[in-house]
Design a protein around this ligand. Structure first.
Ligand SMILES: CC(C)(COP(=O)(O)OP(=O)(O)OC[C@H]1O[C@@H](n2cnc3c(N)ncnc32)[C@H](O)[C@@H]1OP(=O)(O)O)[C@@H](O)C(=O)NCCC(=O)NCCS
Length: 124
């Protein structure tokens, strides 16, 4: 089995500035992600930050599998939540032979000033 990991940390203040720009939001986040982040007033920037860190961490974890990384975009990674709140990450609208049968697991955490993400990518 091949296993790779990726991790990332981000300052919430940085994401707060960035998400005030609609162009940034639409370049980075999918419609489902925006809808989740906008659904809570208090934690909005932590949710955006966690998903940004989650995308960076995912890219780090899958980069060794990618055969055409230059074609990969932020919105090819989508992070959603199951009913119990557990996050899940999927690669969407992107075909790459190297990603066939790759499984992903993600974990997110945030406090007032920081968000972190950890991703594992594995393939039999
Ligand atoms: C769900 C829980 C783990 C979240 O932890 P927290 O310290 O409150 O918050 P964190 O900032 O670390 O994590 C928040 C993230 O946890 C993730 N999360 C939520 N529910 C989850 C679940 N059921 N499983 C895994 N991850 C979950 C989400 O990604 C969330 O961020 P998001 O809403 O932006 O997607 C916590 O509220 C909980 O229920 N803990 C149970 C503790 C317990 O039972 N302990 C006894 C045994 S150790």
């Amino acid at each position: 089995m091949k296993i790779f990991v990726g991790t990332d940390i981000i300052e919430i203040d940085r994401i707060k500035d960035a998400v005030s720009n609609e162009k940034f939001i639409n370049k980075i986040y999918t419609t489902k992600e925006i809808s989740y982040c906008e659904s809570t007033r208090n934690m909005k920037f932590q949710h955006y930050g966690a998903r940004f860190a989650g995308k960076e961490a995912t890219f780090k974890a899958i980069s060794a599998f990618l055969t055409t990384p230059e074609k990969f975009a932020w919105k090819n990674i989508e992070i959603t939540n199951k009913e119990d709140g557990k996050p899940q990450v999927e690669i969407i609208n992107y075909e790459d032979e190297g990603l066939k049968n790759v499984n992903l697991e993600i974990s997110l955490s945030h406090v007032k000033d920081y968000a972190v993400a950890y991703v594992t990518a594995y393939k039999e």
